[in-house]
Design a protein around this ligand. Structure first.
Ligand code: 5GP
Ligand code: ZN
Length: 113
């Protein structure tokens, strides 16, 4: 737990969130400001600031598997979806607790803005 980290507070139950799925390493919940019909965040239970600080392959693997599970339960597999880890300033990261965005339900654009 990192003091002042909004996602640590969600993990601890101090801030409500709509849980979608979880496993031993991570939790998935709906984004507060969805950017697509389906927009779920997958985060590690431990505080890891970003992908740049991540070192645990088992943890990262479990988060990716959880993202895949979310896509299945959200019904996105047939139409497709996007998994994004905004990292650091230029990546547009605003919450400094590692998270994967799982976005789907509409066609995504490339390149991203
Ligand atoms: P970033 O910009 O760091 O890649 O993504 C952070 C995401 O967290 C944003 O999409 C934002 O809407 C979401 N977010 C920020 N605060 C909260 C919160 O308290 N609850 C939920 N569910 N999502 C949040
Ligand atoms: Zn945190």
């Amino acid at each position: 737990m990192s003091d002042g980290c909004v996602f640590c507070r969600i993990i601890a139950g101090g801030i409500p969130a709509t849980l979608v799925a979880s496993n031993a390493h991570g939790v998935a919940f709906r984004d507060l400001h969805p950017q697509a019909p389906s927009h779920v965040l997958v985060i590690p239970r431990r505080h890891v600031a970003s992908l740049a600080e991540a070192t645990d392959a088992a943890e990262l693997g479990a988060l990716l598997l959880l993202a895949g599970e979310v896509a299945r339960t959200e019904g996105l597999v047939e139409t497709g979806y996007r998994v994004v880890a905004n990292t650091g300033h230029d990546g547009g990261q605003t919450v400094h607790h590692l998270h994967l965005h799982v976005l789907g339900g509409r066609a995504m654009h490339w390149p991203p803005g």
